[in-house]
Write a protein that binds this ligand. Structure first.
Ligand code: G3I
Length: 460
């Protein structure tokens, strides 16, 4: 009796083994073919957004990798760029840079010991039509870092702007209103600076009322020079005293209200062989003028976070080296807290790796990091007369990469990402300045979110 039971079990196991072997060898609905390798079972897409989804599939025993195809047609007669035969060594893959409100199809194959299975079942995924309204840039970044926007006093207290500033952003920076030429309007007969605080006061009040942080931009910049300093006939020492006075007055007036400032902007020369840009500050105050300005600012208020801000930092390694040397020097004196990498970039330049490497070099320094002045040009080649869906997607992908790189910075070093303007027709890159149209921001002319907005969220 006992022996009979054992025989039954052995018989049962043999039958199961033969059945399983036949199943895995035959060509069936899942596309298992003569390769002998079991095709994966593709699962429902997850994490669906306006421009992306995540394709998922089940494990195949001993598979070393999987191969994914994504198409807009279920006969896979063409493929989404970059998603034909894409090798992956995990059980899911984010498919990004897609069009909204579009149906995509995916299938996957398994590779076992170099042998590729047939295709899995085909899964369809439809990207979203609407932006999610339960998540905003501000809610998605809360407590991690500031998400800022460049504003002007003239574009506040206008409901269409206000609504988005409050909803999406946690910080503002004056695009122009806090520059020296706006505040320092002259010198009176006694030699004292004449100030116009009106726009700064208004912006600071606006921020306070609406619970927004203010990042000050910028105390010293050669392109925002008051006439009175340009034509200053006093001695170099008198010039320097005015700069000290100006920095001290601005910082103390807004003490506790503007907690961080770009102290000096763009002081390093673009010529690899020249350290300092030739400016009136250099001529009047000497090669240590940057150091002096930071020291004046620190002395005015030791609690204010002091930043150095410059452009082309992501791809010009020589210039970056000069800036990082300056940062080392200022750190030795404990007169700097942060560095702004201006992010005036293109949808296809610089490379993601360049941005990553430049960021890594900054992470190695003991400073807060600001991805400042973010805008992403899509029309540098002047090949567009309107923003195409394809270019908008490429822009979105770029914004996502930049945000991802920032988000991966150690928490204690993340200061802010600041977008350089709210909507495309507010950009400084208007055709009159730029010679061609551009659409570099996160909102379009009608205050509607663009794909680049979605890219920002996806990078988090
Ligand atoms: O407000 C006046 C207006 O009254 C006048 O009629 C008009 C005539 O030109 O000029 C208007 O001022 C312009 C101002 O932008 C406001 O639109 C200035 O001419 C123009 O020079 C100024 O450009 C600003 C530029 O800095 C120079 O200050 C841009 O908006 C601003 O985006 C840009 O920002 C800089 C950052 O501060 C530093 N990094 C580079 C970045 C881009 O250049």
């Amino acid at each position: 009796m006992k022996m009979g039971k054992i025989c039954n079990w052995i018989f049962y196991v043999i039958v199961c083994f033969i059945t399983l072997s036949l199943t895995s060898c035959a060509s069936d609905d899942n596309g298992n073919d003569a390769s002998g390798v079991l095709a994966p079972v593709a699962q429902e897409a997850t994490d669906i957004s306006l421009t992306s989804f995540k394709a998922n599939w089940d494990n195949v025993f001993r598979a070393s990798e999987y191969v994914l195809d994504v198409s807009t047609t279920n006969d896979f007669s063409s493929f989404v760029d970059g998603f034909n035969n894409l090798s992956i060594n995990q059980l899911s893959q984010s498919v990004t840079g897609l069009m909204s409100n579009t149906t995509y199809y995916y299938r996957v194959r398994a590779v076992v010991s170099g042998v590729i299975s047939g295709n899995s079942n085909i899964v369809s995924a439809e990207t979203n039509t609407e932006f999610p309204d339960d998540i905003t840039l501000k809610s998605a970044t809360e407590n991690n870092f500031f998400v800022g926007v460049a504003v002007s006093e003239a574009r506040t207290n206008i409901s269409s702007y206000d609504e988005i500033y409050m909803r999406e952003f946690s910080s503002i920076t004056a695009e122009n209103d806090m520059k020296m030429a706006s505040i320092f309007t002259g010198i009176d007969n006694t030699g004292a600076i004449i100030y116009d605080w009106s726009k700064v006061d208004a912006l600071v009040d606006y921020a306070e009322t609406n619970n927004l942080n203010v990042h000050g931009h910028t105390l010293i910049w050669h392109r925002s020079l008051p006439q009175a300093l340009e034509n200053f006939s006093g001695t170099d020492q008198e010039f320097e005293d005015l700069i000290e006075q100006y920095i001290t007055d601005v910082l103390t007036r807004y003490q506790g209200k503007i907690n961080s400032w770009d102290v000096v902007n763009e002081a390093i020369d673009d010529d690899p062989n020249v350290q300092w840009r030739d400016t009136v500050f250099l001529q009047r105050m000497g090669e240590d003028y940057v150091e002096k300005c930071f020291a004046f600012a620190r002395a005015a208020d030791p609690d204010i976070k002091l930043f150095y801000n410059d452009y082309n930092m992501t791809f010009d390694a020589t210039k970056r080296g000069k800036v990082l040397d300056l940062v080392d020097q200022l750190l030795l004196e404990n007169i700097i807290d942060g560095v702004g990498y201006q992010m005036h970039i293109d949808y296809n330049f610089p490379s993601t790796q360049q941005i990553q490497d430049a960021t890594d070099e900054l992470v190695a320094k003991d400073v807060l990091i600001h991805f400042a002045e973010l805008d992403v040009k899509v029309n540098a080649a002047n090949d567009l007369t309107e923003l195409t869906e394809e270019r908008a997607m490429a822009q979105s992908q770029r914004v996502k990469e930049v945000v991802e790189i920032f988000n991966a910075i150690p928490q204690s070093k993340k200061y802010a990402i600041t977008v350089w303007g709210l909507k495309d027709d507010d950009t400084w890159l208007i055709p009159e300045n730029n010679g061609r149209p551009e659409w570099p921001l996160l909102f379009d002319d009608s205050f509607d979110k663009k794909s680049s907005y979605q890219g920002f969220l996806e990078g988090l």
